[in-house]
Write a protein that binds this ligand. Sequence first.
Ligand SMILES: [Ca+2]
Length: 527
Amino acid sequence: MAAPYPCRFAAIPVYSMAAAPNSWAIMNRRSFIASAATGAFSTAAARGAERRPTSTSAQAAASAGVRAASDAPNILWICTDQQRWDTIRALGNSHIRTPNIDRLCAEGVAFTHAHCQNPICTPSRASFLTGMYPRYLNACTNGNERWQNEAPLVTKTLADAGYDCGLAGKFHLTSAHGRIEPRLDDGYRVFHWSHHPHDSWPQGHDYNDWLKARGIDHTATKKRLGYIPTEHHQTTWCADRAIDFMREQREGPWLFSYNCFDPHPPLDPPKEFLDRFDLESLPLPAFAESDLAEERGLAGVNFQSKAGRIPEKKQRLNLAKYWAMIELIDQNVGRMIEALEATGQRDNTVIIFTSDHGHMIGDHGLNNKGCRFYDGLVRVPLIWSCPKRFETNLRSDALVELTDIAPTLLELAGLEVPESMHGRSLKPILTGAADAGEHREFVRCTFSETLRGPRSFGTMIRNRRHKLCTYHGTGLGQLFDLEADPNEHRNLWDDPGHASIKAELMLASFDAEAMSADVGSRRVGRY
Ligand SMILES: [Ca+2]
């Protein structure tokens, strides 16, 4: 088993690349065999489930007055929007050019099996900013009226501990539709808000206000050219704001959230980036004829597109546009790394590269996102780089969640991780103190009436080999053997030969859901 689930865009097997240390494949094969040999997933599930005995409200109290450690690093947290996992050259996509993100992989730890906790913006972002699952935050939908303050944001906790925090781009913990998104107690001192680049607000949209101050009309430019030129693009503007922020004189550590809107549709990269692609040479999506029947069965379950055969020419153009947007992001990652180096801050800055969820872009005949849990939607990039502190050139195929980011940040800052967080710090893997192939027995993702359209509720649980997706209230579900069928074309939900693993995963999911509960305030007495 040279590569458990290689990127299908790889010209060569991902894990045979020189970047992967020799011990890696051996270690992970051993771990995999050991875990498979036990065959006791239901008991493992109980170990993996979370026990959360204290209230989230305890977090704020616990962190009051606590300062970050004197050696707490700066944090540049790059979070793109809707970028699926298989979009980075160093991690196996031989069609895309991402030299700067590749450099982060070479100078850091790349998690190849990172999963978001909801395939849609608001619940995913709410989850990774708190280290908790969306269903425990009362933050499950896009377009929600308000943030219910179920848990402090990690940026707020870090700000309270002495971090100077800034943001450029999207935030999206509450609705931005028809209004400027209300500020929360989020800890950011600098807040360059731009939910998306389009001119949707008369004022208060910082990116558009910046364009207007330079005499540029976003809508007219898009209409005339079909795209926004690189120098005026929101992806570039967000990096400009990050660079300005990191150049400020200050005492103490800082955190900057670089939250560009791309590669989210509409697929409108600057022409110079699209022109780099030879369309004829591009691969086609993961599609099998059986997908159409499968998706007909799921037609009543919420999704932003209806499955169908997408013409090959259109498909390749969509892919080129999507990847071109990522190449522009990569260019700006390079600009931010250079700025860190120029200001002497690279050694003391942790760079995170991730995204809030993926994008179907033709897989299974689907486009965009919704209540499904295919890898294209739920697996995202997650790279951590800080060569003076972390391992370099390390690929970890451990199952990890985006909930794991917040506790990692707290631990790196020398702060206590509250028991109410569902995430588990990745620091032991980052620093080489733990087996890079082991972190979680399983990962979880949910969908809870998240988008407009049919009310749908779904739950995914995935262990190293199998993925179970339940579409609640419909009797429908999916079970995939990711080792035998990495592109998820054969649904084994009704296969009698897989009834046992289906039952084990159901129980694991049930256990995990129950044992993640917030049981209320701290116990102060026996009764
Ligand atoms: Ca999003």
